[in-house]
Design a binder for this molecule. Structure first.
Ligand code: SF4
Length: 367
């Protein structure tokens, strides 16, 4: 049984009737519980729960302190290629967009790694577009081997692999995987993924599980908020994380909450997610999954990111460039999307300290 069966079981769930039955008493009863179930979680994503954000924040903050202390792990993404054979309507790397494509050589990866490591960061997440021909598993493995020399944790955000391919990259030094389903609603998924292998919904959905079976240390999942009604996408993200955490207790599961940002192309079909709703998602997730990591990226503006720190965030990116070779090269490839928080690592550390939290550059070391 994979998470797809869980998705199918809830696919036609009547969210509107469920939400219309939620009362203030229900929310108060849920917030008084030590452990909440999936329907309690959904109740916390309801319009009714929006009136209880303060009580939710209090509980979420307490749980975050209990499970993570006052530590925020810093990392940065490093784009090593932007070739892509998919046509995702919402992405600047989309095969149909005429952008400058680039793929770093081994020497350029090393140079980029040195530039990032010099900032003090020890966790790296490297990304490619999704082109198995331009960025084959052998290229990913080689890049991991180079990065391993400079970083204690090496993560990938690439096209979904088979279990055996995940084993190969893990052997080469990869210890964490980020793979976003983008949108859990299968109908919308079909509509926004216009061409390419990414159209295979279930192969992508099961990618984190294949990596877990290949014995990866951590997986990070999420939906690109803005492609569907946020409460539904947040619900399936939470269910998915809960499913992985229960089935693979040795794997550290975390979620990201990316909101759509401006990018090359003209995609307009966006379901708005305002700041308050993003806070509500984060609080509900923390209360449902008290020991799941939550990442907030530089897609969000700096004041807002700072405000989120005490509410449940465990991991933040800093010193970000979404361009290929963006940290060290004169000849960069085009970026994936515009970022909203341009602070470098030193400034991000200061901001975290100013909130009374500790910026952490390394919380893991492989042997
Ligand atoms: S979202 Fe990923 S797969 Fe889709 S076009 Fe962008 S880089 Fe390619």
């Amino acid at each position: 049984m994979s998470f797809y069966q869980y998705y199918l079981a809830h696919k036609d769930f009547d969210f509107n009737s469920f939400f219309s039955s939620i009362t203030t008493t229900d929310i108060e009863r849920i917030l008084a519980k030590d452990k909440i179930n999936a329907y309690d979680f959904l109740s916390l994503l309801s319009p009714q729960a929006e009136k209880h954000l303060e009580s939710m924040a209090e509980k979420a903050q307490k749980l975050s302190l209990q499970h993570f202390g006052k530590a925020i792990l810093l990392f940065t993404p490093m784009y090593i290629a932007n070739h892509c054979i998919n046509k995702c309507a919402y992405c600047g790397f989309n095969v149909g967009n005429r952008i400058k494509r680039k793929k770093l050589t081994a020497e350029e990866i090393e140079q980029e790694a040195k530039a990032i490591a010099a900032t003090g960061l020890r966790h790296i997440l490297f990304l490619t577009g999704e082109s198995p021909a331009q960025s084959p598993v052998s290229y990913i493995a080689k890049a991991a081997g180079i990065l391993k020399k400079h970083f204690h944790s090496v993560g990938i955000e690439i096209y979904p692999l088979t279990e055996q391919e995940y084993s190969q990259v893990i052997d080469a030094g990869v210890d964490s995987l980020t793979v976003y389903q983008e949108v859990y609603d299968e109908g919308i998924y079909d509509k926004v993924h216009l061409a390419g292998p990414k159209r295979n919904y279930s192969f992508r959905l099961d990618a984190p599980e294949r990596a877990c079976r290949a014995k990866i240390r951590s997986v990070n999942i999420g939906a690109l908020l803005g492609l569907n009604e946020w409460c539904k996408e947040a619900f399936f993200t939470g269910l998915h994380a809960d499913y992985l955490q229960n089935k693979y207790p040795d794997v550290a599961v975390s979620v990201s909450l990316p909101r759509i940002r401006p990018h090359a192309g003209t995609f307009q079909d966006i379901f708005p997610v305002n700041d308050k709703s993003l806070v509500q998602i984060m609080l509900a997730l923390r209360i449902f999954l008290p020991y799941t990591g939550i990442t907030i990226s530089t897609r969000e503006r700096q004041e807002y990111r700072d405000h989120l720190i005490p509410l449940g965030v465990t991991k933040m990116s800093a010193g970000v460039s979404t361009e290929v070779g963006g940290h060290s090269s004169e000849d960069k490839g085009e970026g994936q999307f515009e970022i909203a928080d341009n602070r470098n690592v030193a400034k991000m550390k200061q901001a975290i300290l100013a909130k009374g939290y500790q910026p952490v550059s390394k919380d893991w070391m492989s042997f």
